[in-house]
Design a protein around this ligand. Structure first.
Ligand code: G3P
Ligand code: CA
Length: 245
């Protein structure tokens, strides 16, 4: 396993060793000494911003159904840890507010990359709610908002220009660079195939940063033709010499 020194974002927290998108996985990220955390947000039936990757709770909890169809009460009683390992039984789906309360504690300077998961379900008002929480916790300068839904990023740009946005790109998408420039995005969050393609080089020449998801083996980023700004990983300990978690 290749060891590299490069800024790391813990993908869904340290999701290789802890249940993804839980406070347990985020706390492990802080201990691991990464630069930032990537997490995913959706809206409950009550309109609360919660941290979960899938549009349904089926895979990562003991419950069933779409997040958008479940009330806060139904969401908060779910066990989001046992599916991963019984040691984590009782872990909860966190709200973004709960995460922010943790993120503003002393000794926590982590960059927070929030993926707006509105490319499958169209969550009305998600952008406004996330921005309101960022303002409430005064976290504007530590946040990167990303999404596969570029229209949603356009909305963020209009609502709150000061917040950094990054376009999420699947595979090799030829339109990504022009769109990023049009939206004044600082970075593309891409797969390794994009970074290896001619577009990776063009993006860098255009002054865009490349952050690569999701890399769990250092060999995958060896001999890259471009310099990347960050990699997102489920296993930060494979890439750093920092204290063990
Ligand atoms: O934000 C990068 C990456 O997390 C996007 O893919 O499916 O893991 O949310 P996914
Ligand atoms: Ca994500």
């Amino acid at each position: 396993m290749g060891k590299v020194r490069i800024p790391l974002f813990a993908h869904r927290g340290v999701s290789g060793r802890f249940p993804e998108n839980t406070m347990e996985a985020f706390e492990a990220s802080r201990r691991a000494g990464v630069s930032g955390i990537e997490l995913d947000v959706q809206l409950t039936k009550d309109g609360t911003v919660v941290i979960i990757h899938d549009e349904t709770v089926n895979c990562t909890t003991n419950g069933h159904g779409y997040v958008k169809d479940l009330t806060d009460q139904e969401i908060f009683k779910l066990d989001a840890g046992s599916w991963f390992h019984l040691n984590f039984s009782g872990a909860k789906i966190p709200t973004l507010e709960e995460f922010f309360s943790w993120a503003v504690q002393e000794n926590n300077q982590l960059i927070i990359n929030i993926e707006l998961k509105n490319d499958v379900v169209n969550y009305k008002g998600l952008e406004e709610k996330v921005i309101a929480l960022i303002e409430q916790y005064d976290l504007e300068d530590r946040i990167i908002l990303s999404s596969f839904n570029w229209e949603s990023l356009r909305k963020v740009r209009d609502l709150k220009p000061v917040i950094e946005i990054a376009l999420l790109v699947k595979g090799i998408n030829e339109e990504a660079i022009a769109e990023a420039k049009a939206l004044y995005a600082k970075a593309l969050h891409t797969e390794i195939s994009f970074a290896r393609s001619e577009y990776g080089k063009i993006a860098c020449e255009e002054g865009l940063l490349l952050r690569i998801y999701t890399i769990n083996d250092g060999r995958d980023i060896q001999s890259l033709p471009v310099e990347v700004d960050c990699i997102m990983t489920d296993f930060p300990e494979r890439f750093t010499f920092k204290q063990s978690i």
